[in-house]
Design a protein. Sequence first.
Length: 209
Amino acid sequence: MRGIRLPALLAALSLAAALASGPARAQPAPARPGPAQPGGSPAVAPKPQSRASTLDELFARLAASADADEAKGIATLIERRFARSGSDTADLLMSRAGEALAEDPALAIELLDRVTQLKPDWAEAWSRRAAAFWRLDDPVDALADLNRALAQEPRNFNAWRALGHLRMAADDKKRAMEAYRKALALHPHLPDVKRAVERLAPEIDGRDL
């Protein structure tokens, strides 16, 4: 695979954490009206912060992070949010696929086929299936799934990193560098990506692109 180590590629493709099954979640109690305001109208409770705005704030903090330790904590929070599908069934299938990935990637793909049918807009499902295809030495389908993942969530720095590794494995250094730089623009403290960019820069930046 031309210098790309399989564990590094799989780490880039995999989720930060698998979601395990559990008992049904308790439903939250109905919200109580706030204290009455002058004039007799109850106070309106503030709206909960949206997932999108939370991710926006986390990505801003990640881009401004001072060092690798700070970045790692923020990146983990982002990865946890990416790992939530909003469907207990999809989460369970994803967890089972994660368990199967190392020993039986064909089974992982079968499970992830169902996940992508249930949640076609869940970027992590496509990213995880790309890892399974790579395990089966199928870079074409792995690349297609990574592109689908990035179409759904273009801020997925792990998918950009994995795309760079796949491009390097195909000896497509120019597009590998493009992917690596997109990963670093989102997460500036990815050591393997920084090393790859440093190695490629003299060759790529010296060309008339």
